[in-house]
Design a protein around this ligand. Sequence first.
Ligand code: AMP
Ligand code: MG
Length: 412
Amino acid sequence: MVDCYSAPGLMPFEQALETMLAAITPITDLENISLAASLGRVLSTDITSPINVPPHNNSAMDGYAFAHASLAKQASLSLAGRSMAGQPFAGVCGAGECIRIMTGAKMPTGCDSVEMQENCQVVGESVKFLGQSKLADNVRYAGEDIKQDQLVFTQGRRLSAIDIGVLASLGINKLSVFRQLNVALIATGDELKALGEPLGSGDIFESNSYALAAMLKNLNVNVINFGVIADDENAIRSAFIQADAQADAVISSGGVSVGDADYTKLVLEQIGEIAFWKIAMKPGKPFAFGKLPNSVFFGLPGNPVSAMVTADLLAMPALIKLQNCHPTPAITLKAKTITDLKKSPGRMDFQRGVLSYDHTGELMVNSTGSQGSGILTSISSANCYIVLPAEQGRVPAGDVVNVRLFERYFAS
Ligand code: AMP
Ligand code: MG
């Protein structure tokens, strides 16, 4: 692999993303699962509909079904039967007749329209139509949602709650999906303490693996958490070897800089193929990507903001590709910045902001304040990135900037 770390200058963000995605080969193993267990899973086949949805013409209202031509001749029709949901009228509705019908009930043979009951008056055995009934009013047609043999979903779709409803409406109860990914998480740092442990002098609570595990949950992967590994070459090597044996992807955080206790690069050169990149992005300059014997490897920077942003913008798209899933294009908008934005030319900035409307209905974005790479609340209080191109300098208040909405798996 190219060692871009030693290349002069920084690698542009888009190039890093593209190079990394090109190196990812999606998994091919399949699994058969029940529809009820399919939330967030990725379809391995196209789905075409075996039936029309709805399967039959039916009423959209509680009321009376009739042939519209009958009403042209008379305002009252005689009541000839009823059609309930699941208990259709078995006969034929003749001229001058109407049928009591409920929402969802099958349209009786001979009827083409329904009048809602609020516009009808029942007098003995006949029904007086008080409204201006129009032909085909309140009828839902067979196949108007989905036609038989229609392509409904394509391979690579991640199933949402509503997708599951759509598949149920087709009568599909078993699905073939790609198997779940196994993703190992490793936090490195002598100063990191797991929750529940006392903090000694100079310690901090380990937070990256908690946030990453939660983010990964939204991608529906199995997380194998290796917890905190000390800044020790042998301990890191042993953790990476174990993680590689169990996982499709290994994500570490910390130790990718060039400090005295940064062993990630050294260990990975020993056991895998690794590209260390200085990416022209802020936050997140040092980032490692590569391959271990059985898995792909992402080495995130340790600073929590840098770790989250590189996970979101680089590791997650790679994992989504590994899952065989169609990526959803990021939603970008233009908005006026309320405050000045600090920026020096050189790197692409992913500052965090809150997008909202001003009193005139125009989109505006407000910075979440200090953008330091240790200020994790700068992400939790945001709903978008303010994306500033590499060459951009300081942005004065009132300028229009590009804003990229957070992904659903990421933050608010
Ligand atoms: P490093 O990349 O190891 O030099 O770490 C950079 C900064 O991020 C240091 O201040 C670390 O204490 C902090 N850090 C590293 N890993 C974590 C983690 N898992 N959770 C919270 N902070 C971390
Ligand atoms: Mg460290």
